[in-house]
Write a protein that binds this ligand. Structure first.
Ligand SMILES: Cc1cc2nc3c(=O)[nH]c(=O)nc-3n(C[C@H](O)[C@H](O)[C@H](O)COP(=O)(O)O)c2cc1C
Length: 306
């Protein structure tokens, strides 16, 4: 459990991208929400990352699987229908969505009212082009609304690489965001960054660290990515676990900032993340089986209260 400076407690967190921009999930998940098999209220929901203005990214809604592929453990593409039906066939997911989104103003008008009416606990994930430009102004635009905190996404593998390549800019942006707001700041980092160095430098500014997908090349080396034309994409799911788990143990040894552990695939992975000293649990890719995170959290709570 992570206790934030505004009193909010983080235990189970829906990762950015998993429950859309307003916490209700993607439209194909709504029937599961209506029947209670997916319950966003069990999570602190991280909204999908926003930029200062509408952002085209790479996703085209008519062809989502152009930028999102299920792959085997060897990195070979698997047909999505087979992947969903035969869970065991999934080695991982690679995506190159590239932060397609409405931008902060449209989000405030279109998505925030839904969040407010549903009473969801929401973290707003933000980033900006060219090394986080516009984040200060975005944070100012969020003044006065009821949210848990702000997550600075400094590690998207599918956009401008400035933040991924420059720890100094990441640290400077965290400082700038904290000058703009008293709200809790979370920082999202990737295995491809000097994450321990960055974590040490943002102690006192950042209240939790979360973990992004792993660039294709680090997981599969020179094997051609099915998303090569977008730069390879970011990998998550079972094949990314060793990278994510190494990152968590190293961070836990290095920094006092609490870590939101990722990589959950099976129920037992929650206990594993606790052993690695993650203080809260992220659910991201596992939402491709949209009922699983809800069932895992309910089971965890039942066992705890037995
Ligand atoms: C389809 C998809 C979309 C994602 N979109 C975002 C995003 O908009 N912003 C972000 O910070 N992370 C995004 N992520 C990364 C996840 O939030 C999460 O950090 C990552 O998948 C690792 O967590 P996991 O092991 O639970 O999947 C996305 C991941 C996937 C698979």
């Amino acid at each position: 459990m992570i206790k934030l400076s505004n009193g909010h407690q983080l235990e189970f967190v829906a990762a950015s991208g998993s429950l859309a921009f307003d916490g209700r999930g993607w439209p194909w998940e709504w029937p599961l929400r209506w029947t209670g098999l997916l319950d966003p209220r069990l999570f602190t929901v991280t909204a999908k990352t926003l930029l200062p203005t509408e952002w085209k990214g790479n996703l085209r809604w008519a062809h989502p699987f152009d930028v999102l592929k299920f792959v085997s453990r060897e990195g070979n593409p698997i047909n999505p229908a087979i992947a969903i039906a035969r869970r065991g066939s999934i080695g991982g997911v690679v995506n190159a969505i590239g932060l397609t989104g409405p931008g902060i103003d449209k989000w405030l008008k279109r998505d925030y009212p839904v969040i407010e009416s549903k009473g969801y606990k929401v973290i707003v994930s933000i980033t900006g082009p060219g090394g986080g430009q516009g984040c200060f102004e975005m944070v100012k635009r969020l003044e006065g609304i009821n949210i848990v905190g702000i997550e600075f996404n400094a590690s998207c593998p599918n956009t401008d690489p400035t933040l991924l390549q420059n720890p100094d800019i990441v640290v400077a942006q965290c400082r700038a965001i904290k000058e703009a707001t008293d709200r809790p700041l979370l920082l999202k980092l990737s295995y491809s960054q000097p994450y321990c160095e960055i974590a040490k430098r943002v102690e006192g500014l950042v209240e939790a660290i979360s973990i992004n997908t792993v660039p294709w090349k680090l997981v599969f080396g020179d094997k051609a990515s099915p998303l090569a034309r977008y730069g390879g994409g970011g990998v998550s799911g079972p094949v990314a676990q060793p990278f994510i788990w190494r990152m968590i143990s190293e961070l836990a040894r290095t920094t006092s900032i609490p870590i939101i552990g990722a990589g959950v695939w099976e129920y037992e992975d929650i206990a594993r993340l606790k052993t690695l000293r993650a203080s809260a649990i992220h659910f991201g890719t596992i939402f491709f089986h949209p009922w699983k995170p809800t069932s895992y959290v309910k089971k965890w709570m039942e066992v705890r209260y037995e």
